[in-house]
Design a protein around this ligand. Structure first.
Ligand code: HEM
Ligand SMILES: CC(C)=CCC/C(C)=C/CC/C(C)=C/COP(=O)(O)OP(=O)(O)O
Length: 302
């Protein structure tokens, strides 16, 4: 009897682990960090905790729904790529129907939470971001143009604005600067991985930049985008939104990113591309944590 119960429990935990994987949890975690910073920067003091919590839940649910829909729409190519062939829908561990229902339940719940407990503007903007990623990027851009991730990157760059509108009920210039930062960060983030996985994307005829324009061209594009990112990251300081703590930190972080891009372009080793990709995640995380530290320390300085 005990063995049967253990078998049932372990079976269920495997199923839920697969559903959890559909939500791209690490991606959503960083998306939520950027949304949270948007919420914290929206006012001088601390935000209302109840609004913060329901906003994080709503944005998290809609982001997870977008990720799950991406698994469904990409299952054919996921099944053929070394990096993604193990995924639950690609492997048939979760049926298309169940994955779609899972995604729609997450999306509906997230939208209702945001609409009812936060504000309609944030609900609609978050739904639009989900649509932008799951439909516009995944179904069209990804398969149509090597600029796919530059344009599609806007959806994933929205969370700081979503966090801001959750607190204020209105769009403002400051969070749009944060959106621009993630927008400029996305190409070096993804193209470094795309270089590392070029053959995978070529095998499924995905028009990623290293496939359509070659690895050298992509390395140049990555370096140029880290230069653009360096300049865009100065904007919050130049407009007076942040102080010296952020300025020093952002200069160091972006010089570090440019160093990776320079090494990738001129002194690449076998693992430089994947190391650049992994650093891009640390870079964005530290950059947004820096915005938070600066916001409160800068504020208490006056
Ligand atoms: C169009 C925009 C983007 C594209 C094409 C893209 C592409 C990718 C890809 C292909 C992976 C590898 C996933 C895997 O192998 O499981 C990845 C991982 C990741 N991405 Fe992005 N990304 C984008 C935007 C973002 C944004 C906006 C964030 C967060 C703010 C983000 C955070 C992450 C994180 C944290 C990982 C690591 C996930 C893991 O290790 O499981 N990405 N990205
Ligand atoms: C509501 C909201 C903010 C929505 C956006 C949420 C979201 C999940 C953005 C994901 C960014 C990302 C990892 C894209 C990769 O897709 P891919 O298909 O190129 O990667 P894959 O090949 O690993 O599946």
């Amino acid at each position: 009897m005990a063995q049967t119960k253990l078998a049932v429990f372990s079976g269920w935990s495997l199923v839920w682990r697969d559903y959890y994987q559909l939500t791209k949890p690490k991606v959503v975690a960083l998306l939520l960090l950027t949304a949270w910073v948007g919420m914290m920067l929206a006012q001088p003091g601390l935000p209302a905790l109840d609004v913060l919590v329901v906003s994080m839940i709503g944005i998290g649910l809609l982001s997870s729904a977008a990720a799950a829909l991406n698994h469904v729409l990409d299952q054919r190519i996921d099944a053929q790529m070394a990096r993604t062939h193990h995924r639950p829908v690609a492997r048939g561990r979760i049926s298309t129907e169940r994955a779609v229902v899972f995604s729609l339940v997450l999306a509906a719940t997230g939208f209702v939470v945001l609409y009812a407990a936060v504000n309609p503007l944030t609900a609609w903007l978050t739904l639009a971001s989900m649509f932008g990623y799951a439909v516009v990027y995944t179904m069209y851009l990804k398969r149509a143009t090597p600029q796919n991730i530059v344009i599609g990157g806007l959806a994933g760059a929205m969370p700081p604005l979503l966090g801001w509108t959750a607190m204020t009920g209105q769009i403002a210039a400051e969070p749009l600067l944060l959106v621009m930062i993630i927008f400029a960060w996305t190409p070096p983030h993804f193209w470094a991985l795309a270089i590392h996985r070029r053959d995978d994307y070529a095998k499924v005829n995905m028009p990623m930049l290293p496939v359509t324009h070659g690895i050298e061209f992509t390395k140049t594009a990555i370096f140029l985008y880290t230069l653009i990112l360096f300049l865009v990251c100065l904007m919050p300081y130049l407009v007076g939104m942040t102080g010296a703590i952020y300025l020093v930190g952002t200069v160091l972080l972006n010089l570090w990113f440019m160093g990776y891009a320079w090494q990738l372009k001129f002194h690449a080793k076998a693992d430089t591309a994947i190391k650049t990709f992994r650093f891009s995640i640390v870079h964005l995380m530290l950059l947004f944590l820096l915005l938070l530290v600066d916001h409160y320390l800068k504020w208490t300085a006056f």
